[in-house]
Design a protein around this ligand. Structure first.
Ligand code: LLP
Length: 436
């Protein structure tokens, strides 16, 4: 199978134990060198809940939400596409965040978590009439308008109630990231063009019908971005639009990247926020304009890890060693979609040097089913071992599938020595439920 790896995502295999920057806040090794997160030993968790398993450190999730709120107050929305369960929606809003939802499904989960609808921001390049009607009916705080067809639908509803509107614009910025997750360029399905005047026309029509309720602008240049140039360029591109239309809210979007590999570093949310503030000031954006951000990955990625059990080890002499685990592209499609690299380690040997080069693969029926393309594990890795991939808290569970009719793993939150199931493991009955 022909797999294309982007330069940005090429793995840099390291033999060192996993760096603390890739681990959840409360992770540490106990006296047996075994991994403990949230005060719970991973092997105890696995004994109770089985594998594969998504484990999230609640303290880490809360710390990242607090960091975003400290910087932007109610302008900080958590992008739920990165990871959404009712428990996560509650946690993020308890910590003061608003929530970005971009489908009727995400909206429904946020509402089921009893999140105040005024804290919801509704996104999407193709919101259906039903989705818009529901969003308006429940009174979401804001809808981010993305097309003229959507404007036609909104006008047909007539009354927005308490909902306010932002216009999503394409700032014409090429973010330095993987092709599939760039969104700020002119050639995009998202947003309305600043350069071509489309965004101005949308604003004029919306203002004519909805007046002062149209008070915001939104842009999002892409995801997994670790340098600030693109954000600065975005802010400079959007600033004149804010002034011309006398807007009150500028949402800079999400997109802050995280480190996935030992050798990588990424800025903190606080550093990102500071760069945004400086750029907004530099671009002459009025101080009364509220600045917002919409981080997804940077809130949840490092808080979460996936635990698998090693099932088979196959050495192909002169070529490589395949270590097969009991999950794969159904719980983490990112390697096959974007060529993303991950680290891997054994939960029982946290400080072990990882000298054995391996390719960790899943149990699906295709060769692209790779969990860690160029991984390193300790020499004594064995069938039955629990191996862990860190930094899987974003876009893993949320993009999980039932490919090959595998059941999706449960999600466990750990905190203060307690583990709670926030999503139970799927069962074969769940798989069959939809079939008459
Ligand atoms: N706001 C909007 C409008 C977005 O489209 C996104 C992500 C975010 C915020 C959050 O971006 P973040 O902070 O998470 O980068 N599945 C891909 C990522 C797709 C991102 C889609 N939009 C991946 O696994 O890398």
């Amino acid at each position: 199978m022909n797999r294309v790896f982007s330069d940005d995502f090429v793995a840099d295999p390291s033999e060192e134990p996993i760096g603390p920057h890739l681990m959840p806040l409360t992770a540490h090794a106990d006296e047996d060198d075994a991994l403990v997160v949230g005060g719970v030993r991973i092997d105890d968790l696995v004994a109770e809940f089985g594998t594969p398993l998504f484990v999230y450190d609640e303290a880490h999730l809360r710390a990242r939400c607090r960091e975003a709120v400290a910087a932007f107050g109610s302008g900080a929305s958590f992008a739920t596409k990165a990871f959404l369960t009712k428990a996560m929606a509650r946690l993020a809003t308890e910590e003061g965040m608003h929530l970005d939802v971009s489908t009727g499904g995400e909206l429904a989960i946020a509402l089921a978590a009893e999140v105040d609808p005024s804290r919801l921001v509704f996104h999407g390049n193709n919101k259906s009439e039903e989705e818009l009607a529901h969003a308006l009916h429940v009174g979401v705080g804001r809808i981010v308008v993305d097309s003229f067809d959507e404007i036609t639908r909104l006008i047909a509803f007539g009354d927005l109630g308490s909902t306010r509107l932002s216009v999503r614009v394409t700032p014409g910025v090429e973010a330095h990231t993987h092709e599939f997750i760039k969104t700020g360029q002119e050639d995009s399905k998202f947003g309305l063009s600043l350069a071509r005047g489309t965004a101005d026309r949308a604003m004029a029509v919306l203002r004519e019908h909805f007046g002062e309720a149209v008070d915001g602008v939104h842009a999002h240049i892409g995801s997994q971005i670790v340098d600030f140039d693109g954000f600065v360029a975005e802010i400079e591109a959007v600033a004149p639009f804010i002034a011309i239309h006398d807007l009150r809210l500028f949402t800079v979007g999400g997109g802050l990247g995280v480190a996935y590999l030992n050798g990588e570093v990424a800025p903190t949310i606080t550093q990102w926020a500071e760069a945004i503030r400086v750029a907004c000031k530099g671009a002459g954006i009025d101080e009364r304009v509220q600045i917002g951000i919409e981080p997804g990955r940077s809130i949840v990625a490092t808080a979460g890890m996936t635990c698998y059990r090693v099932g088979t080890i196959k050495e192909i002499e002169g070529i490589r060693t395949y270590v097969s685990v009991d999950g794969g592209m159904s719980d983490n499609p990112r390697p096959v979609l974007y060529g993303s690299g991950y680290e891997v380690f054994l939960a029982r040997s946290m400080s072990a040097v990882r000298t054995r080069a391996v390719r960790v693969v899943g149990k699906h029926c295709e060769s692209g089913d790779i969990v860690v393309d160029e991984g390193r594990l300790p020499e004594d890795v064995n069938v039955g071992d629990i191996c862990v991939t860190p930094v899987t808290g974003a876009y893993g569970f949320s993009m999980a599938s039932n490919y090959n009719r595998v059941v999706r793993p449960p999600v466990i939150f750990v905190a203060d020595g307690e583990a709670r199931v926030v999503v139970r493991r799927e069962t074969i009955e769940d798989l069959l439920r939809l079939e008459p």
